[in-house]
Design a protein around this ligand. Structure first.
Ligand code: NOJ
Length: 510
């Protein structure tokens, strides 16, 4: 079995996780200082968001040098020590690989834009005239470069310039990046918006839907994308077949997301079945669970997560600050079939951080939205309200660790949960349980829902998640031993009575 099939990952948002030198920004020494904490929690893998030098227009997803560490996060000694401590604790480390675009301050782009004849000119995508493609951060995806009087393509901000993946030298250059980090001892990669790679340059205009929203038909999932991903995968696995690859696919369509994983392709891809839920809807959640079950069979796995640096905290979004609902969701996340990713602070019930003015907003997506709204003559307050709806800062604030005095953060501090210690214990117990009883290879023997009670069986483990009022269920299992619960549950041979908003996990007695 692959190590990652049995691993619970923990996403660390670099600038916000743990700051060791009181400059308000998280760093490698800070993460190293939390290895024991993560081990105690039961984490088996860390995903680091970008830590490379970057002008930070998109907080590191705009890389200006692939071969260094941004000094605000530490130096090589700090990095090496972190990798060593993580490995000593049996925690693997995967790093974010952003190869769809570079910063406009990357030397490759500085060279590319310098003249029409520069050898790196075609490492990026240049056109005399733009087409109608829109950037995912709003506005046109093309920016005029005055120097050479041509437009360059950027699917995100104008300071994140898309690489031209039809150019063989680009691919070779990225392979060198991959080799460099493998040599540094990392255990895998998280590939940013990997289906966006520009692998064909047909430049046909994109169509619009009925509401006038652009459909990204001709700029993502282009012909040649599977071959490009296969070649990346082949390169990684040739170095070491146990390296893990997880791809971020910018789509909500499960069939499409799934097609990028499998033999010769990525190990897994991020599917947004849980992550995209905007509010708690038990029917919808159950449907998503069923869809995942049907789509991912045998040795194919979905990823499981409720939160990330791109979406609001699920303490607010789904649990509406209800501890028991939060516990149910955590149980679902950590007992269902797939590869779970905990977002830093989830284990403490961390809540959303909400900026109160434009000056406080750090997220480019929210800043752009604010200006769009102002251009529509909205008041500052109304523009702020709209901007905060898409503001990814909400989940990106610094954690105020209980054992540390901190008064400064680059962004602000995340909302502390009064029950954080209890929530931490809950996560810890769930992780221990997953490790002991659960093997990802098990399929659901049962996956069902009655009223607001979702229940399933994986291997010998039976999970009852009652999101609703006190209810009864026929006992289909006979003798059951309780493994973990947070409420009153009566189990008899005929039926199980479970109180409202209660989690109950048991084991079939053999
Ligand atoms: C996806 C990342 O998760 C997001 O944070 C970033 O803004 C875009 N890719 C662009 O790199």
């Amino acid at each position: 079995m692959n190590w990652w099939e049995e691993t619970v990952f923990y996403e660390i948002y670099m600038p916000s996780f743990n700051d060791s030198n009181q400059d308000g920004i998280g760093d490698f020494r800070g993460i190293t200082g939390k290895i024991d904490y993560l081990k105690e929690l039961g984490i088996g893998g860390i995903w680091l968001t970008p830590y490379y030098p970057s002008p930070k227009v998109d907080n590191g997803y705009d890389i200006s040098d692939y071969f260094s560490i941004d000094p605000i996060y530490g130096n090589w000694e700090d990095f090496n020590l972190f990798i060593k401590k993580a490995h000593d604790a049996n925690i693997r480390v995967i790093v974010d690989l952003v190869v769809n675009h570079t910063s406009d301050e990357h030397t490759w782009f500085i060279e590319s834009r310098s003249s029409h004849n520069n050898p790196k000119r075609d490492w990026y995508i240049w056109r005399k005239q733009p087409n109608n493609w829109e950037s995912f951060f709003g506005g046109s995806a093309w920016t005029l470069d005055e120097n050479t009087k041509a437009y360059y393509y950027h699917s995100f901000s104008e300071k994140q310039v898309d690489l031209n993946w039809t150019h063989s030298e680009v691919k070779q250059a990225i392979f060198e990046v991959i080799d460099f980090w493998i040599d540094k001892g990392i255990d895998g990669f998280r590939l940013d918006v990997i289906n966006n790679l520009s692998t064909s340059c047909s430049f046909k205009d994109n169509p619009y839907d009925e509401e006038g929203k652009q459909i990204h038909l001709n700029d993502v999932n282009q012909p040649g994308i599977l071959e490009a991903i296969k070649s990346i995968e082949e390169h990684v696995k040739k170095r070491n077949s146990s390296l893990f690859t997880v791809g971020e696919i910018s789509s909500d369509r499960l069939d499409l997301i799934e097609q990028y994983a499998g033999p010769d392709l990525l190990d897994v891809t991020f599917n947004f079945n849980f992550g995209s839920l905007e509010k708690l809807d038990i029917d919808e959640m159950f449907l998503q669970l069923k869809q995942m079950k049907e789509t991912y069979q045998e040795n194919r796995y979905p990823t499981l997560f409720f939160g990330s640096h791109d979406m609001p905290r699920f303490w607010n979004r789904l649990a509406s600050k209800d501890l028991r609902v939060y516990q149910l969701l955590a149980a679902l996340l950590l007992t269902s079939r797939g590869v779970p990713f905990i977002y830093y602070g989830d284990e403490l019930g961390t809540g959303d951080f909400v900026p109160h003015s434009l000056e406080e907003i750090k997220d480019i997506q929210a800043i752009n939205r604010y200006h769009d709204e102002k251009n529509k003559n909205k008041t500052d307050q109304a523009a702020l309200l709209e901007a905060n709806k898409v503001n990814r800062d909400r989940s990106r604030a610094s954690i105020q660790w209980w054992d540390k005095k901190q008064d400064h953060s680059w962004i602000g501090f995340a909302k502390k949960n009064p029950d954080e210690k209890q929530i931490f214990q809950w996560f810890k117990q769930l992780l221990a349980l997953r490790k002991k009883y659960y093997r990802a290879i098990y399929d659901y023997q049962i996956l069902n829902k009655e009223n607001d009670l979702i229940y399933y069986q994986l291997g010998k483990v039976v999970v009852l998640l009652n999101f609703g009022k006190k209810t009864k269920l026929d006992n289909k299992w006979g003798n059951l031993d309780m493994l973990l619960s947070n409420g009153k549950v009566q189990v008899s041979n005929e039926q199980i009575i479970i109180t409202d908003k209660t989690t109950w996990i048991g084991k079939v007695r053999v």
